[in-house]
Design a binder for this molecule. Structure first.
Ligand SMILES: Nc1nc2c(ncn2[C@@H]2O[C@H](COP(=O)(O)OP(=O)(O)OP(=O)(O)O)[C@@H](O)[C@H]2O)c(=O)[nH]1
Ligand SMILES: [Zn+2]
Length: 364
């Protein structure tokens, strides 16, 4: 989050690059659906079906890619992904054996939890760590708050608010209008071609007190090309209401997903599907949502020790206070983080997660 300003600037620069034709006949586009090695790439307003050259699937939803045309099948342009452009960030899950790319070039990670079924602290915490590790703001959408079980879940979420997480309460099914009124100002932004609406706000940092300052038309008024809306990656365990959220925000999203999975997957079931949905709102703002599969585990084996440590906001105030400059905050004498753990400022659950993430990454 501390690099929000730089990211916003990089963001503007990256988005200045519109679709271009290179000398070799290749074109630039954006991956709007990733399904194993199959991709749907939006090139100059048309949706192409593309494959990568290698066996590995290395592009993610939201990536800018260079593609070469390969004719058309059933009027759908076909292409090959030749190159993935440099990305601002990449969200992925990993264990020791493989990686699952979720999305690239995201501006916010939206994590859906609910009053019931019971959400997993481990998964929520890992999603927050994933966001922190790439300096992208996270938003927790707390759904089904009309249920009698909501106070228990609210109490559990309070510990996340204490470490700085932003939480929005909604009833996506029971009260969709209020949910939209709360979420759209946080998630929408200027449509492509629209001038920035707010001259004062300058970045997509979520650390400000005003929720309305988060990425919503909050681009500085400079001379660079106007930015399209921020890209929101939606994550959630099964049953929390992720599909309900995506369909409320983008009417027709379910049908689009169905259509793409039928075309790209030809009946095979894969779980690596992610899709970018876009909509223009009545007020002219635009909304970009990446829908990803529900998950039951969130491996972060790719993180470095430094990324893991930095992803715990409640450690920060203590990091300078350890006796050893290279303290790992595990059992070292004179460790300020362990002191804060003993004193109750850091919870045992969070410190256990810290240790587990180091272990998962092979760093213990
Ligand atoms: N009571 C209540 N139920 C809701 C609300 N929002 C969604 N649901 C229900 O919660 C269930 C799960 O919602 P989905 O949107 O399918 O959840 P999901 O997270 O996409 O789950 P998967 O499809 O399994 O990945 C459905 O039966 C919804 O009708 C709400 O505001 N209140
Ligand atoms: Zn320490």
């Amino acid at each position: 989050m501390k690099r929000g300003r730089e990211i916003a600037a990089a963001n503007r620069a990256a988005r200045g690059r519109r679709t271009e034709t290179a000398g070799d006949g290749s074109l630039e586009g954006e991956v709007i659906a990733a399904y194993g090695r199959h991709y749907r790439v939006r090139v100059a307003g048309a949706d192409w079906h593309c494959l990568t050259r290698g066996k590995k699937s290395e592009a993610a939803c939201g990536d800018r890619v260079r593609v070469t045309p390969q004719g058309a099948i059933d009027d759908v342009p076909q292409g090959v992904v030749e190159e993935v452009r440099e990305r601002r960030n990449l969200v992925y899950r990993s264990d020791q054996f493989r990686q699952k790319l979720l999305a690239a070039n995201v501006d916010r990670i939206v994590i859906v939890v609910a009053a019931e079924p019971t959400f997993s602290d481990d998964l929520l915490s890992r999603a927050l760590v994933a966001a922190e590790s790439i300096d992208v703001p996270a938003l927790i959408v707390f759904n089904k708050v009309e249920l009698a079980s909501a106070p228990v879940a609210r109490e559990r979420l309070a510990s996340y608010a204490r470490i700085g997480a932003e939480i929005v309460e909604v009833s996506l099914k029971a009260d969709p209008q209020t949910a939209l009124a709360r979420l759209l100002p946080l998630l929408a932004g200027p449509a492509a071609g629209e001038a920035p609406a707010d001259a004062d706000s300058s970045d997509a940092d979520s650390s400000g007190a005003e929720p309305s300052a988060v990425g919503v038309a909050a681009r500085s008024a400079d001379t660079s090309p106007p930015s399209p809306a921020p890209t929101n990656l939606v994550l959630g365990q099964s049953g929390m209401g992720k599909s309900t959220l995506v369909n409320l925000l983008i009417p027709g999203a379910a049908a689009a997903t169905q259509e793409i999975s039928e075309r790209l997957d030809s009946g095979k079931h894969t779980t690596t599907f992610a899709q970018l949905h876009e909509a223009v709102l009545p007020d002219g703002q635009a909304l970009r949502i990446v829908d990803s599969p529900g998950f039951q585990e969130f491996g972060l084996a790719h993180l470095t020790a430094e990324q893991i440590q930095d992803a715990f906001p409640e450690f920060r105030a203590h990091l300078g206070g350890c006796r050893f400059y290279n303290c790992r905050h595990l059992e070292e004498p004179g460790c300020a983080v362990l002191g804060a753990l003993a004193g109750g400022d850091i919870t045992p659950r969070r410190h256990a997660l810290y240790r587990q993430l180091l272990s998962d990454a092979g760093l213990l």
